[in-house]
Design a protein around this ligand. Structure first.
Ligand code: SB7
Ligand code: NI
Length: 183
């Protein structure tokens, strides 16, 4: 079971690496790790389990955050319209995106960052993501708003990018160009 003890924190170089492509088909070990990542997210959102194991709630997790430098991510959340997303993907890739941007007015946080970093994180408002699911089939997802933001946060981790890298250094709350808030 993945717990907070397994979560790599900022300062560790693994979070700054470009993660390796997973050669297909994924191994049983890779599948097992990815399943555990999705289970961690579910556990982290279960009040009882989260309390018992001291889990911080998370909507997404990328493999480098558990010290596995491979292109694997899991997400588990509901968007602001109550639409549910639960995905575990190998080699996720943004195949197209909007010109328009969006951001969360509350900013972003990260399980690997034990401090609040204020500011708007500009993200594409709409993206199309392709990847390979746990069953080995290709998945193609058209995402907007909060869902698009979460996937971009996770895919950034696979490229060694942290959410605060995108925050305007002069004025963290500068409204990004071409953007409307997701919330
Ligand atoms: C706010 C939080 C997340 C994504 C987008 C906005 C995910 C937080 C959990 N993670 O650290 C996953 O990498
Ligand atoms: Ni993160």
């Amino acid at each position: 079971m993945i717990t907070m003890d397994h979560i790599i924190r900022e300062g560790d170089t693994v979070l700054r690496e470009v993660a390796d492509v997973v050669s297909l088909p994924p191994s049983e070990e890779e599948k097992s790790i990815l399943k555990d990542m999705l289970q961690f997210l579910k556990n982290s959102q279960d009040e009882q389990i989260a309390k018992e194991y001291n889990l911080r709630a998370g909507v997404g997790l990328a493999a480098p955050q558990i010290n596995v430098s491979k292109r694997m991510l899991a997400v588990h959340f509901e968007d602001f319209n109550g639409k549910q997303y639960s995905h575990a993907l190998f080699n996720p890739k943004i195949v197209s995106h909007s010109v328009e941007k969006t951001y969360l007015s509350t900013g972003e946080g990260c399980l690997s960052v034990d401090r609040e970093v204020p500011g708007y994180v500009p993200r594409y408002a709409r993206i199309t993501v392709k990847g390979i699911g746990l069953d080995g089939y290709e998945v193609k997802l058209r995402l907007k708003g909060f869902a698009a933001i979460v996937f971009q946060h996770e895919i950034d981790h696979l490229n060694g990018i942290m959410f605060y890298d995108h925050i305007n250094k002069v004025n963290p709350f500068q409204e990004p160009e071409n953007a409307t808030p997701a919330d």
